[in-house]
Design a protein around this ligand. Sequence first.
Ligand code: UDP
Ligand code: MG
Length: 165
Amino acid sequence: MVEQTLILIKPDGLKKSLTGNILTRLSETKLEIIGAKMVKVSWQRANEHYRHLKDLPFYDELIKYIMGEYHKKKVMALVYWGENAISKVRDICGKTNPEEAESVSIRGAYGRITTKGVYENVIHASANTEDAEREIKLWFAPDELIIEAYPVVETTERVKTEKWK
Ligand code: UDP
Ligand code: MG
């Protein structure tokens, strides 16, 4: 099945200068990148992204982590597209817990568990098609992707925004 999946190079991945390395590993999948950008993660977006974990004890620490409190205040967001994109990317990332992830996987090679118990695992990748749709729509606007990944509607809403002076 042709799918799209959201990748985030998390703040620890950026701080450790792993961007090039991670993109090289992901290129093994032969998938296409259909969107890419640097993002300063707002509290709202962090909470929306991890809303399924809201009741877990490490949640507040996780929000601080993804917002870059402990590393750099940014993530790199990408959308990969192609045949079985979700599982291809997840396989290269490895298991959530870096200690359980295969040592050749991205998380196995570069992740760690903090003293506060958070898995700093350098990369996020959507887990299934429902998550991918929710996450891609949360992180990207339709015109930031080079293909129409999901149906769009036209709008003439007026929103306050910035443009170059
Ligand atoms: N996480 C953690 N401890 C856990 C489970 C998750 O610190 O016991 C963190 C970890 O950074 C993980 C993120 O929360 O990547 C999201 O968790 P999820 O269960 O969605 O795992 P993922 O889809 O990222 O593999
Ligand atoms: Mg997940």
